[in-house]
Design a protein around this ligand. Sequence first.
Ligand code: HEM
Length: 189
Amino acid sequence: MLPTTARRALRAATRDAHARAEAAPAMAALLTGTLDAHRYRRLLASLHRHFVRWERERGAFLRGAGTAAGWCYASRAALLADDLQIPAPARSALPDPWPRAEPAHAWGELYVIEGSTLGARLLARRLRDILPEAPRAYFSFGSDDPAHWPRFERTLERALADPATHAAAIDGASRAFADITRALERTDA
Ligand code: HEM
């Protein structure tokens, strides 16, 4: 039997959560080509709200998370601000109000964010077809850098080398999927 890597454990534990994220009406509309420009902007705005809050809560962790493997976190809030043509969020000077104390939890959250760039390549192509004029910095992120995910994966495996950390990472990933899915669903609220 293959040894359990963090990625394998996270993927297996979040398969259903991924299916729920894919089934969010705005995602389904994007896939089927029925997403119009107005709804696309609402989708971006909703994700922007989510990531501004999340990046503020995880600020200190994210600043320290860059690694020798060459991966560092690119602000999704900034990419979304770019697409929305609004100012990039200011970095909060406040201490992180981080209620979930374990770094493994945050690595699980990052697995969801970085992993979503894999499927987003397909979504960026759909967007280009249905809304060719629309900016898509967020959905295209990583498309022109195939090494981004492998760099993250190596970083993730190092951070979660001890299988005892996997439960906290799975908890973080499950919450991240739930939070982002709620943000996707708020597009149509
Ligand atoms: C219609 C929407 C979506 C589609 C069609 C889709 C599709 C995909 C596909 C095809 C992959 C595998 C890519 C590969 O292995 O090269 C993937 C991976 C992944 N996606 Fe999505 N995705 C969608 C939405 C999302 C969302 C909203 C999230 C996050 C909240 C997400 C998180 C992930 C993660 C974490 C992985 C990595 C799984 C692994 O470890 O292999 N996806 N997605």
